[in-house]
Design a protein around this ligand. Structure first.
Ligand code: ATP
Ligand code: MG
Length: 359
Protein backbone atom coordinates (compact mmCIF):
# COMPACT_ATOMS: atom_id res chain seq x y z
CA UNK A 1 0.00 0.00 0.00
CA UNK A 2 1.27 3.42 -0.96
CA UNK A 3 2.46 5.75 1.81
CA UNK A 4 4.03 8.59 -0.18
CA UNK A 5 3.39 9.50 -3.79
CA UNK A 6 4.88 12.34 -5.77
CA UNK A 7 3.45 12.95 -9.22
CA UNK A 8 5.12 15.05 -11.91
CA UNK A 9 6.81 17.29 -9.34
CA UNK A 10 8.79 20.31 -10.43
CA UNK A 11 10.48 22.74 -8.11
CA UNK A 12 12.32 25.90 -9.00
CA UNK A 13 13.74 28.59 -6.75
CA UNK A 14 13.68 32.28 -7.50
CA UNK A 15 17.17 33.78 -7.50
CA UNK A 16 18.58 37.21 -8.28
CA UNK A 17 19.50 36.14 -11.80
CA UNK A 18 16.15 34.45 -12.54
CA UNK A 19 15.31 30.99 -11.26
CA UNK A 20 17.04 27.66 -10.73
CA UNK A 21 15.31 24.41 -11.45
CA UNK A 22 15.99 22.02 -8.55
CA UNK A 23 13.63 19.20 -9.55
CA UNK A 24 11.80 18.25 -12.72
CA UNK A 25 9.44 15.45 -13.70
CA UNK A 26 9.69 13.62 -10.39
CA UNK A 27 7.37 10.61 -10.05
CA UNK A 28 7.97 8.55 -6.95
CA UNK A 29 6.00 5.98 -4.98
CA UNK A 30 7.03 4.77 -1.54
CA UNK A 31 5.09 1.90 0.01
CA UNK A 32 4.02 1.68 3.64
CA UNK A 33 6.62 0.01 5.87
CA UNK A 34 9.47 0.36 3.38
CA UNK A 35 12.93 1.72 3.99
CA UNK A 36 13.39 3.77 0.85
CA UNK A 37 16.73 5.33 -0.08
CA UNK A 38 17.24 8.41 -2.22
CA UNK A 39 20.83 8.77 -3.37
CA UNK A 40 22.57 11.41 -5.44
CA UNK A 41 25.62 13.61 -5.46
CA UNK A 42 25.77 17.09 -3.94
CA UNK A 43 23.24 19.51 -5.45
CA UNK A 44 21.25 16.71 -7.15
CA UNK A 45 18.07 17.80 -5.37
CA UNK A 46 17.79 15.26 -2.52
CA UNK A 47 17.04 17.69 0.31
CA UNK A 48 14.58 19.60 -1.82
CA UNK A 49 12.81 16.35 -2.66
CA UNK A 50 12.54 15.16 0.94
CA UNK A 51 11.42 18.61 2.16
CA UNK A 52 8.53 18.46 -0.30
CA UNK A 53 7.16 15.41 1.49
CA UNK A 54 6.47 17.32 4.73
CA UNK A 55 5.86 20.57 2.85
CA UNK A 56 8.86 22.40 4.24
CA UNK A 57 9.05 23.27 0.54
CA UNK A 58 6.04 23.70 -1.74
CA UNK A 59 6.26 22.25 -5.25
CA UNK A 60 6.17 24.59 -8.23
CA UNK A 61 4.16 21.95 -10.08
CA UNK A 62 2.78 18.48 -9.44
CA UNK A 63 1.22 16.84 -6.40
CA UNK A 64 2.22 15.29 -3.10
CA UNK A 65 0.13 12.52 -1.55
CA UNK A 66 0.72 11.16 1.94
CA UNK A 67 -1.23 8.17 3.23
CA UNK A 68 -3.76 8.44 0.42
CA UNK A 69 -4.44 12.16 0.90
CA UNK A 70 -3.47 14.95 -1.47
CA UNK A 71 -1.54 17.31 0.79
CA UNK A 72 -0.03 19.66 -1.80
CA UNK A 73 -1.83 22.80 -0.64
CA UNK A 74 -2.66 22.13 3.02
CA UNK A 75 -2.28 24.96 5.56
CA UNK A 76 -2.88 25.67 9.24
CA UNK A 77 -4.15 22.86 11.46
CA UNK A 78 -4.04 20.35 8.61
CA UNK A 79 -0.41 21.18 7.95
CA UNK A 80 0.47 20.80 11.64
CA UNK A 81 -1.28 17.42 11.70
CA UNK A 82 0.68 16.35 8.61
CA UNK A 83 3.97 17.38 10.21
CA UNK A 84 3.13 15.34 13.35
CA UNK A 85 2.64 12.34 11.10
CA UNK A 86 6.11 12.83 9.56
CA UNK A 87 9.20 12.90 11.79
CA UNK A 88 12.45 14.33 10.49
CA UNK A 89 16.10 13.60 11.36
CA UNK A 90 18.86 15.99 10.30
CA UNK A 91 22.55 15.69 9.43
CA UNK A 92 23.63 18.11 12.18
CA UNK A 93 21.10 16.85 14.73
CA UNK A 94 19.53 20.32 15.35
CA UNK A 95 19.22 19.75 19.11
CA UNK A 96 18.43 22.57 21.55
CA UNK A 97 21.69 23.11 23.41
CA UNK A 98 20.07 24.63 26.52
CA UNK A 99 17.79 21.62 27.01
CA UNK A 100 18.71 18.24 28.44
CA UNK A 101 18.38 15.07 26.39
CA UNK A 102 15.01 14.33 28.01
CA UNK A 103 13.79 17.90 27.47
CA UNK A 104 14.83 17.78 23.79
CA UNK A 105 12.75 14.65 23.29
CA UNK A 106 9.85 16.18 25.26
CA UNK A 107 9.87 19.35 23.14
CA UNK A 108 7.56 18.24 20.28
CA UNK A 109 5.17 16.70 22.85
CA UNK A 110 4.99 20.04 24.69
CA UNK A 111 4.39 21.86 21.39
CA UNK A 112 1.58 19.47 20.48
CA UNK A 113 -0.24 20.77 23.59
CA UNK A 114 -2.33 17.66 24.08
CA UNK A 115 -0.33 15.72 26.68
CA UNK A 116 -0.06 16.32 30.44
CA UNK A 117 3.26 16.27 32.30
CA UNK A 118 3.02 12.66 33.46
CA UNK A 119 2.14 11.46 29.97
CA UNK A 120 5.10 13.35 28.51
CA UNK A 121 7.50 11.92 31.10
CA UNK A 122 6.30 8.39 30.43
CA UNK A 123 6.64 8.80 26.68
CA UNK A 124 10.11 10.32 26.94
CA UNK A 125 11.26 7.43 29.14
CA UNK A 126 9.98 4.91 26.57
CA UNK A 127 11.65 6.76 23.69
CA UNK A 128 15.01 7.04 25.45
CA UNK A 129 14.86 3.36 26.25
CA UNK A 130 14.21 2.56 22.58
CA UNK A 131 17.27 4.51 21.42
CA UNK A 132 19.46 3.26 24.28
CA UNK A 133 19.95 6.59 26.08
CA UNK A 134 18.13 6.04 29.38
CA UNK A 135 21.32 6.71 31.33
CA UNK A 136 21.93 9.99 29.52
CA UNK A 137 18.53 11.64 30.09
CA UNK A 138 19.86 14.47 32.28
CA UNK A 139 22.88 15.31 30.08
CA UNK A 140 23.13 18.23 27.69
CA UNK A 141 23.85 17.79 23.95
CA UNK A 142 27.43 19.07 24.32
CA UNK A 143 28.15 16.12 26.65
CA UNK A 144 27.22 13.55 23.99
CA UNK A 145 29.05 11.91 21.09
CA UNK A 146 27.77 12.42 17.53
CA UNK A 147 26.10 9.02 17.50
CA UNK A 148 24.36 9.72 20.82
CA UNK A 149 23.20 13.12 19.56
CA UNK A 150 21.67 11.47 16.53
CA UNK A 151 19.89 8.97 18.79
CA UNK A 152 18.34 11.95 20.59
CA UNK A 153 17.36 13.35 17.19
CA UNK A 154 15.70 10.04 16.31
CA UNK A 155 13.87 9.79 19.68
CA UNK A 156 12.60 13.36 19.21
CA UNK A 157 11.45 12.59 15.65
CA UNK A 158 9.49 9.57 16.96
CA UNK A 159 7.88 11.46 19.87
CA UNK A 160 4.54 12.14 18.17
CA UNK A 161 4.36 8.56 16.84
CA UNK A 162 4.79 9.44 13.18
CA UNK A 163 4.05 6.97 10.41
CA UNK A 164 6.92 8.33 8.30
CA UNK A 165 10.49 9.18 9.27
CA UNK A 166 12.53 11.35 6.90
CA UNK A 167 16.31 11.18 7.39
CA UNK A 168 18.33 13.76 5.47
CA UNK A 169 22.00 12.68 5.55
CA UNK A 170 21.38 11.47 9.12
CA UNK A 171 24.66 9.55 9.22
CA UNK A 172 26.88 11.82 7.11
CA UNK A 173 28.49 13.48 10.14
CA UNK A 174 29.25 10.12 11.79
CA UNK A 175 32.18 7.71 11.52
CA UNK A 176 31.61 4.38 9.71
CA UNK A 177 31.07 2.30 12.87
CA UNK A 178 28.60 4.80 14.36
CA UNK A 179 26.88 5.05 10.98
CA UNK A 180 26.22 1.30 11.07
CA UNK A 181 24.82 1.42 14.60
CA UNK A 182 22.46 4.29 13.70
CA UNK A 183 21.36 2.44 10.53
CA UNK A 184 20.72 -0.67 12.66
CA UNK A 185 18.59 1.43 15.01
CA UNK A 186 16.56 2.77 12.08
CA UNK A 187 15.97 -0.78 10.82
CA UNK A 188 14.86 -1.85 14.30
CA UNK A 189 12.39 1.06 14.43
CA UNK A 190 11.08 0.14 10.99
CA UNK A 191 10.61 -3.48 12.04
CA UNK A 192 9.14 -2.89 15.50
CA UNK A 193 6.96 0.16 14.84
CA UNK A 194 6.22 -0.29 11.13
CA UNK A 195 7.38 3.26 10.43
CA UNK A 196 8.05 4.02 6.75
CA UNK A 197 11.58 5.43 6.52
CA UNK A 198 13.05 7.63 3.78
CA UNK A 199 16.84 7.81 3.86
CA UNK A 200 18.62 10.53 1.90
CA UNK A 201 22.32 9.92 1.38
CA UNK A 202 25.21 10.35 -1.04
CA UNK A 203 26.76 7.06 0.17
CA UNK A 204 25.95 3.80 -1.59
CA UNK A 205 27.01 1.82 1.49
CA UNK A 206 24.18 3.41 3.49
CA UNK A 207 21.70 2.27 0.84
CA UNK A 208 23.20 -1.22 0.70
CA UNK A 209 23.16 -1.63 4.47
CA UNK A 210 19.69 -0.32 5.27
CA UNK A 211 17.31 0.11 2.33
CA UNK A 212 14.76 -2.06 0.52
CA UNK A 213 14.39 0.19 -2.49
CA UNK A 214 16.33 3.09 -3.93
CA UNK A 215 15.89 5.99 -6.32
CA UNK A 216 18.96 7.59 -7.88
CA UNK A 217 18.61 11.32 -8.42
CA UNK A 218 20.82 13.32 -10.76
CA UNK A 219 20.44 16.96 -11.78
CA UNK A 220 16.91 17.12 -10.38
CA UNK A 221 15.65 13.97 -12.07
CA UNK A 222 15.18 10.37 -10.97
CA UNK A 223 17.41 8.43 -13.36
CA UNK A 224 17.10 4.94 -11.91
CA UNK A 225 14.86 3.27 -9.35
CA UNK A 226 14.21 -0.26 -8.11
CA UNK A 227 15.12 -2.75 -5.43
CA UNK A 228 18.53 -2.17 -3.90
CA UNK A 229 19.54 -5.61 -5.16
CA UNK A 230 18.81 -4.71 -8.79
CA UNK A 231 20.25 -1.21 -8.75
CA UNK A 232 23.34 -2.17 -6.76
CA UNK A 233 24.20 -5.32 -8.74
CA UNK A 234 22.98 -4.17 -12.17
CA UNK A 235 23.41 -0.40 -12.28
CA UNK A 236 22.38 1.20 -15.55
CA UNK A 237 22.79 4.95 -15.36
CA UNK A 238 26.14 6.73 -15.41
CA UNK A 239 25.20 8.58 -12.19
CA UNK A 240 24.66 5.25 -10.40
CA UNK A 241 27.99 3.92 -11.67
CA UNK A 242 29.66 7.09 -10.42
CA UNK A 243 28.19 6.65 -6.93
CA UNK A 244 29.23 2.98 -6.90
CA UNK A 245 32.74 3.90 -7.96
CA UNK A 246 32.99 6.16 -4.91
CA UNK A 247 31.94 3.30 -2.63
CA UNK A 248 34.08 0.66 -4.38
CA UNK A 249 36.97 2.47 -6.06
CA UNK A 250 38.82 -0.68 -7.03
CA UNK A 251 35.96 -2.96 -7.99
CA UNK A 252 33.76 -3.76 -10.95
CA UNK A 253 33.13 -0.16 -11.93
CA UNK A 254 36.75 0.74 -12.20
CA UNK A 255 38.13 2.41 -15.24
CA UNK A 256 39.49 1.16 -17.63
CA UNK A 257 36.75 -1.41 -17.84
CA UNK A 258 37.23 -4.98 -16.57
CA UNK A 259 37.17 -6.37 -20.10
CA UNK A 260 40.17 -4.35 -21.25
CA UNK A 261 43.01 -6.56 -22.33
CA UNK A 262 41.03 -9.76 -21.82
CA UNK A 263 40.90 -12.27 -24.61
CA UNK A 264 38.22 -14.90 -24.97
CA UNK A 265 34.84 -14.86 -23.35
CA UNK A 266 34.24 -12.37 -20.60
CA UNK A 267 31.18 -12.83 -18.43
CA UNK A 268 29.75 -11.37 -15.27
CA UNK A 269 28.33 -13.90 -12.86
CA UNK A 270 26.07 -12.69 -10.06
CA UNK A 271 25.23 -14.95 -7.14
CA UNK A 272 22.77 -13.87 -4.47
CA UNK A 273 21.64 -15.43 -1.20
CA UNK A 274 22.13 -19.25 -1.05
CA UNK A 275 23.89 -19.28 -4.43
CA UNK A 276 26.58 -16.96 -3.06
CA UNK A 277 27.61 -19.78 -0.69
CA UNK A 278 27.97 -22.37 -3.45
CA UNK A 279 31.21 -23.23 -5.31
CA UNK A 280 29.57 -22.29 -8.62
CA UNK A 281 32.73 -21.32 -10.51
CA UNK A 282 34.77 -24.29 -9.33
CA UNK A 283 32.01 -26.68 -10.40
CA UNK A 284 31.73 -25.06 -13.80
CA UNK A 285 35.47 -25.33 -14.25
CA UNK A 286 35.51 -29.03 -13.37
CA UNK A 287 32.43 -30.05 -15.34
CA UNK A 288 33.25 -28.21 -18.55
CA UNK A 289 37.02 -28.20 -18.49
CA UNK A 290 37.21 -24.42 -18.64
CA UNK A 291 39.70 -22.20 -16.88
CA UNK A 292 38.78 -18.81 -15.64
CA UNK A 293 40.57 -15.72 -14.43
CA UNK A 294 38.77 -13.32 -12.11
CA UNK A 295 39.10 -9.82 -13.57
CA UNK A 296 37.14 -8.12 -10.84
CA UNK A 297 34.84 -9.05 -8.02
CA UNK A 298 32.49 -7.79 -5.35
CA UNK A 299 31.49 -9.82 -2.33
CA UNK A 300 29.36 -8.63 0.56
CA UNK A 301 25.84 -8.20 1.89
CA UNK A 302 22.80 -6.24 0.77
CA UNK A 303 21.01 -5.79 4.09
CA UNK A 304 21.25 -9.37 5.44
CA UNK A 305 21.53 -11.09 2.06
CA UNK A 306 24.97 -12.26 0.87
CA UNK A 307 26.02 -11.61 -2.73
CA UNK A 308 29.06 -12.36 -4.87
CA UNK A 309 29.64 -10.91 -8.32
CA UNK A 310 32.61 -11.82 -10.49
CA UNK A 311 33.73 -10.68 -13.90
CA UNK A 312 35.68 -13.59 -15.34
CA UNK A 313 37.42 -14.41 -18.59
CA UNK A 314 37.08 -18.01 -19.71
CA UNK A 315 39.31 -20.22 -21.77
CA UNK A 316 39.55 -23.93 -22.47
CA UNK A 317 37.31 -26.57 -23.96
CA UNK A 318 33.80 -25.16 -24.05
CA UNK A 319 33.27 -21.75 -22.43
CA UNK A 320 30.02 -21.17 -24.33
CA UNK A 321 28.57 -24.47 -23.14
CA UNK A 322 29.71 -23.75 -19.61
CA UNK A 323 28.01 -20.35 -19.51
CA UNK A 324 24.84 -21.75 -21.11
CA UNK A 325 24.71 -24.49 -18.51
CA UNK A 326 25.09 -21.98 -15.68
CA UNK A 327 22.26 -19.93 -17.13
CA UNK A 328 20.08 -23.01 -17.47
CA UNK A 329 20.61 -23.62 -13.75
CA UNK A 330 19.26 -20.18 -13.01
CA UNK A 331 22.58 -18.43 -12.44
CA UNK A 332 22.60 -14.75 -13.44
CA UNK A 333 25.12 -14.74 -16.34
CA UNK A 334 25.83 -11.70 -18.50
CA UNK A 335 28.19 -11.99 -21.46
CA UNK A 336 30.37 -8.88 -21.65
CA UNK A 337 32.65 -9.91 -24.51
CA UNK A 338 32.88 -12.81 -26.88
CA UNK A 339 35.53 -13.61 -29.51
CA UNK A 340 32.93 -15.12 -31.87
CA UNK A 341 30.91 -11.94 -32.20
CA UNK A 342 33.94 -9.79 -31.66
CA UNK A 343 31.71 -7.80 -29.36
CA UNK A 344 33.01 -6.12 -26.29
CA UNK A 345 30.55 -4.33 -24.16
CA UNK A 346 32.23 -3.07 -21.03
CA UNK A 347 29.88 -2.85 -18.11
CA UNK A 348 26.84 -3.60 -20.26
CA UNK A 349 25.71 -7.08 -21.14
CA UNK A 350 25.02 -7.95 -24.74
CA UNK A 351 21.50 -7.45 -26.10
CA UNK A 352 19.15 -10.43 -26.38
CA UNK A 353 19.96 -11.20 -30.07
CA UNK A 354 23.69 -10.94 -29.37
CA UNK A 355 23.30 -13.18 -26.38
CA UNK A 356 21.37 -15.75 -28.37
CA UNK A 357 24.22 -15.79 -30.83
CA UNK A 358 26.79 -16.45 -28.15
CA UNK A 359 25.07 -18.84 -25.76
N1 ATP B 1 16.34 27.89 -1.09
C1 ATP B 1 17.00 27.75 -2.25
N2 ATP B 1 17.18 28.81 -3.07
C2 ATP B 1 17.81 28.69 -4.26
N3 ATP B 1 18.31 27.52 -4.71
C3 ATP B 1 18.18 26.43 -3.94
C4 ATP B 1 17.51 26.47 -2.67
N4 ATP B 1 17.53 25.24 -2.12
C5 ATP B 1 18.16 24.46 -3.00
N5 ATP B 1 18.55 25.16 -4.10
C6 ATP B 1 19.24 24.62 -5.28
O1 ATP B 1 18.57 23.45 -5.70
C7 ATP B 1 19.50 22.44 -6.09
C8 ATP B 1 19.29 21.19 -5.27
O2 ATP B 1 19.66 21.46 -3.93
P1 ATP B 1 19.50 20.39 -2.75
O3 ATP B 1 19.86 21.07 -1.49
O4 ATP B 1 18.16 19.77 -2.83
O5 ATP B 1 20.62 19.32 -3.15
P2 ATP B 1 21.15 18.06 -2.32
O6 ATP B 1 21.07 16.90 -3.25
O7 ATP B 1 20.43 17.96 -1.03
O8 ATP B 1 22.69 18.44 -2.10
P3 ATP B 1 23.66 18.10 -0.83
O9 ATP B 1 24.08 16.67 -0.99
O10 ATP B 1 24.81 19.02 -1.04
O11 ATP B 1 22.89 18.36 0.42
C9 ATP B 1 20.87 23.07 -5.96
O12 ATP B 1 21.24 23.59 -7.20
C10 ATP B 1 20.65 24.18 -4.96
O13 ATP B 1 21.57 25.21 -5.15
MG1 MG C 1 21.04 18.05 0.96
Amino acid sequence: MTMIRLTNITKSFATVGGSVSALSGIDLTIDRGEIFGIIGSSGAGKSTLVRLINLLERPTGGDVFVDGERVTGVQGAQLRALRRKIGMVFQHFNLLSARTVAANVAYPLELAGIYDKAEIAARVARLLDRVGLTDHAAKYPRQLSGGQKQRVGIARALACEPSVLLCDEATSALDPQTTLSVLDLLQEINRDLGVTIVIITHEMDVIRHACDKVAVIDHGRIVETGTVRDVFLHPKHAATLGLLREAEPDQAHRSPSPTTGATGHVARITLVDEAARQPVLARMSREFGVDYAILSGRVGHIRQTPYAQFTISLSGADPVGALAALKARGVDVEILASPRTGATNPGHPLSQPELAHVV
